[in-house]
Each structure stands twice: as structure tokens, then as C-alpha cells.
Design a protein around this ligand. Sequence first.
Ligand code: ADP
Ligand code: MG
Length: 381
Amino acid sequence: MSKASLVARFEQIFGRPPALVTRAPGRIEFIGNHTDYNGGTVLGASIDRGVAVAVAPRADGARNFHSTYTGKTVTLPAAGEPAKQTGEASWANYPLGVLAALPHFGLRAPEGFDYLADSDLPTGAGLSSSAAIELASALAFLGLTGQAPDRETVVKVGKHAENHFVGVPCGILDQGVSGFGEAGRLVFIDCAGPRFATVPMPAGASFWIFNTHTKHALVDGLYAARHRECMAAAAALGVGLLVEVSPEALRAAEAKVEPTAFKRARHVVEEIARVDACVKALEAGDLGAVGALLTASHRSSQHLFQNSTPELDFLVDTLAAAPGVFGARLTGGGFGGAVMALAGPGFGAAGAEAVAAAYAAKFGARPDVLPMGVGPGASVL
Ligand code: ADP
Ligand code: MG
């Protein structure tokens, strides 16, 4: 909803206007699949959908959290460390995790407040609504207390909340892109630093997300297995992380690495090289080259990292053959989830509908079709 509607909703719920309103976007993993925990690089897009948060201080110390997502208020008493919430209230763990994270960065948490969150981002679609609510909450709490740390600290507060309070061991991509995003630019992250930069998104390209709503039942175990295989390959190659190995050095050392671990390592090492090539292609404005790298990334996920599924492969095959599409790949961890396509003006709603219909004919269920723009990063509105 608009800022004015959010303010009106806040007044309806809490009987007074908010002191400030913030907003943080969701993100798309553009290219750089499973590179983060290997110390590599990744490119992400901050999208034009996100989470907005309105807050006002309270003198009595009570903390009221309301989300239009549940339509209910979670109230925590004035005193004491907030406990982890369960059941219907568990969404409040995201802002609570931010409150708990602030002191770890030498920052103060506000005492009492009324809080309202609203989102136009589908949850669980691989667009990182969790990082969006973390960053919007962090900027709201910092605004309430008159603190203005640098962007990198805000990003790390969000990641800390997700890792330690919510308990999801995500890397820096989600919060980094939500925090450093800019309209018309992609966010580049060197995960080893971490170091953040932006690169221009050439004009004339659009993003499409096709969310399959499929998720492998064993996805956590499969992630863990891929992580183990990458670390085993690094150990066999005598390095700490795979980022330290070039594609040429890896090929020369094939005999040292167990075959499955070698395939995983080849995906990671070549994917890092593709991220670098993609930055160069973006800077040159060469959308054809960018698209070819995106589809090559998917083929590597499909055949080497083996984190794709028949549903995702079908979407990529169909999109890659569609007129006006530069390239397509699975986005996010894989084993189900969503496919991203980068397209030009020749691909529109009718083209996307044809892809969704072909998918439905084969798999008996429609994917969500979500056109996306690249929007600004987290900010106070
Ligand atoms: P993703 O980040 O891919 O969307 P996650 O499972 O990491 O998926 O995060 C989704 C969770 O984030 C939701 O289940 C909910 O708890 C929380 N969340 C996201 N947006 C909101 C919102 N506007 N209001 C309340 N909770 C939200
Ligand atoms: Mg998430």
C-alpha cells in the first residue's frame, strides 16, 4: 500500500499517526548460485516490491507489533528480553531479532513503540521478504532512537537477526541487496569482505519471475550436502574456500578430487567467473551476453551442481526458446522454487502467459507469473 494508506491504517489501529515510515525491497538472485559460502561473488537485483514499516514511540514501554499479513497485534510487556515467538505470532521474530541484534553492533534498541508492517511481496517465493522486513524494521528502530549507522552495519544487523534470532543460516546476499539496492542498478557483493558495489542495469530489460510453488521435501539436507561437498573439494585442493581456485587450476587438479565433489566445485568456480563476466557485460550494455551467462548458470546448476528440478528445467528450456528472452535461470537455492527470466520489450504478458500455459499443460499446476522492476534499496520514506 502507499505511504498515505499505511499512515491511515496505523492511525486506525493505534489511534495516532506514526513518527516515521520506512521501506525495504525484496531481491532476486541475478547470478551467483551457491557462491556465497564459498567466498565468491554474486549479483542481485533489488525489486520494486517490498515491506513498509510505520512506528511511533510509546511512553509506557510496551511493544506492539501489528502486520497486515496476520491482521493481529502481538504485544510484549515493557520489561525483559523478548522471547522467541511461536505459532501465529512467529512473524514478529523478524523485528524482535532486529531489536536483539542492535546491541551487538553498539547500537541502542528503542524501548516502547507501536509498529505496523505491510508488504506487497509474496512470502516464501524466494524473493526474500524476510530480509525486507528485517531492513525496514532496522531503519524504523534506528530512526526512533535517532541513530544513523552506515549502510553496511544496517545490513549486518538484518543478517544477525535472521541468523541468530530467527535461526536461518543465510549468507549476506538477501540483506546486502535490500540495503544497497538502487533503481536501475544491480548490487555486486564480494562475499569474502564483504564488499558491496553497484553496476548499471542496461535500459530496455525486464525481469520476470515464475514461481513454481514446488519445494523438495529434503531441501535442508540437500543444501547441507552441497555445502559439505564444496568444503571437501576445497580441502582436497588444499585451499580454505573454492574462491581461491581458478577454473584452469581446478581442471589441472581434477585427479585430486572425488568425482561428485569435483562437479560441485566446477559449478562454483565457473559460476564465480560467470559473475565477473556478467559485470563486464552489464557495464558494456550487452544484454545478449548477460542473458547467455544467465542460461549457462542454469545449465551448470542443472548438470554440475544438480540443484535443479524437472519443473525449473522446463521453464528455463521454454523461456530460453521464447522470442524476446535474453536468458533464464533458477534463482535462489534451487531444489524447487522460482525461475527468473531477463527479457527485452519483445516479451510481454502474452509471452509470459504462453510459458505458464505450457507449464500447466505439463505439470497440472500454474506457476505464479510476476513481472518485476529494479527499485531503490531500503530507506526512510
Ligand atoms: P522469503 O524470505 O523467501 O520470503 P522466508 O521464509 O525467509 O521466505 O521469510 C518469510 C517470512 O517472513 C514469513 O513467513 C513471515 O514470518 C515474515 N514476513 C515477511 N513479510 C512479512 C510481513 N509483511 N509481515 C509479517 N511477517 C512477514
Ligand atoms: Mg528469507
